[in-house]
Design a protein around this ligand. Sequence first.
Ligand code: NAD
Length: 262
Amino acid sequence: MKNSSSFNLSNKNVLITGAAGRIGSEVAKAALEANAFVIITDIKETKLEKVYKKLSNLYPDKVLSFCADLSSQKGIEYLINNALLKINKIDAAVHCAYPTSEGWGEGFENLKSENLYQDLSMQLGGAIMFSQSIMRCFTKQKSGHLIHISSIQGVQAPKFEHYVGTGMSSPIEYTAIKSGIIAITKWLAKYHHSQGIRVNCVSPGGILDSQPESFLNRYRNDCTNIGMLSPKDVASAIVFLLSPASIAINGHNLIVDDGWTL
Ligand SMILES: NC(=O)c1ccc[n+]([C@@H]2O[C@H](COP(=O)([O-])OP(=O)(O)OC[C@H]3O[C@@H](n4cnc5c(N)ncnc54)[C@H](O)[C@@H]3O)[C@@H](O)[C@H]2O)c1
């Protein structure tokens, strides 16, 4: 297929976790459009198979797929070891997997410690353990680029006034996890200095997904041009980071939010 992207990822093998999800599947598509080879992975087998079929139809011989549970070190090691058996090198990894407990989003007053600890562990702990394994691979290769996904909610406090009357909110643990993701990005980038390794982070604004009109209007008023984003808006920023055009960017948190945080 023709390269329809502004950036060229030729000869790059890009591993994308959470690739059956909203952002991960779009990152995989955008990376393929930019000529990358992609390894897609997710815990949800049927959804992943659907994404695999769609992408490999469009880009034959450019997609590998592995179903894996990344909430355990064993699952992470299984994924990376098996990917390396097939492709020898992983040039970049975009960690979009987003595991949540059953009580996710319950609200501050009803938060249960078992759900809180599970979410902190799976989302922030999981991101740290994924980083450990992929860095082992990058260190051996003497090159690699890890991209974590945070959120505008990790950059500043939620705009609670947007949620009034909608039943929606943004959990306290989400803010803790997402600001933690930005912090570990900086830690990892600095820790791996002088090794040809980069670690960056993207903080997207909200993705349009059938939210109530009243919320969308309030949200839009706090943005500059677009309001809620499409997964494509986030994926194209990630492709920029994956490309040689971003070579001097390291330990950075790229906010992609149409000005919501201004
Ligand atoms: N959607 C938004 O509005 C938005 C906004 C800002 C930031 N983000 C962030 O972007 C990232 C991706 O979000 P999304 O909207 O694409 O989520 P999503 O739920 O659509 O996709 C996440 C994927 O992760 C997979 N997953 C869950 N647990 C897993 C596990 N244990 N092992 C492997 N895979 C697992 C899921 O099956 C799912 O396909 C998250 O970090 C999220 O916080 C999302």
